[in-house]
Design a binder for this molecule. Structure first.
Ligand code: ATP
Length: 175
């Protein structure tokens, strides 16, 4: 069963979120997914769909029924410390009502028993580069040329293609 609800930065607990969900309030930018929808979208959270691992859980690429690509973050909750739950609530509170071109968009969530999922717009590898620099597919050495001089360590990187997942790249340090 699907619900849409009104996002608010005042969420402080899962029960508040569930109340909002049960209230069935509408909000066009946010969607409460069923776990089945997310399982279908990610081929059952298969390892081939896994695109990353963060401090709070794994991230999977998925495709919704309407064809939209999404990134689904699966939060693992530590029952003793409730770590993961806090991340879920604070991410919802912080991002659910913010829209900015340089921020990945949180488009929905899912609560299924003790499982928590956050659903974001899927960002292609170089889309952050696009957003931050507005220069399309940029190479490190090009950015280096734009940003000025190199140290000797930096020279070894200057011909390597820019990879937005490598934020230790010298070009990014200079930003
Ligand atoms: N919206 C997205 N689109 C594409 N890939 C994503 C998206 N969100 C996360 N990823 C991938 O999943 C990885 C882990 O992301 P996640 O947000 O869980 O952790 P993090 O930001 O790297 O670290 P932390 O959990 O400590 O904040 C990212 O490094 C990225 O490769």
């Amino acid at each position: 069963m699907k619900f849409l609800f009104c996002c608010s930065s005042s969420f402080s607990s899962v029960s508040q979120i569930e109340t909002a969900i049960d209230g069935g309030q509408n909000h066009q930018n946010f969607h409460v997914f069923s776990s089945n929808e997310l399982k279908t979208a990610t081929h059952g959270f298969s390892s081939s769909n896994k695109i990353g691992e963060g401090g709070f859980g794994s991230v999977y690429k998925g495709r919704l029924q309407d064809g939209t690509f999404v990134a689904v973050k699966v939060l693992s909750i530590e029952l003793e410390s409730m770590r993961g739950e806090r991340e879920f609530i604070s991410e919802l509170a912080a991002l659910s009502d913010i829209k900015h071109e340089n921020l990945v968009k949180l488009i929905g969530c899912c609560i299924d028993g003790t499982s928590r999922y956050l659903v974001y717009d899927y960002m292609e590898n170089n889309s952050l580069t696009h957003s931050l620099l507005g220069m399309g597919s940029l190479q490190c050495w090009q950015f280096g040329e734009i940003s000025g001089s190199y140290t000797s360590d930096e020279l070894s990187l200057k011909k390597k293609p820019f990879d937005s997942s490598r934020w230790d790249c010298f070009a990014c340090k200079k930003m």
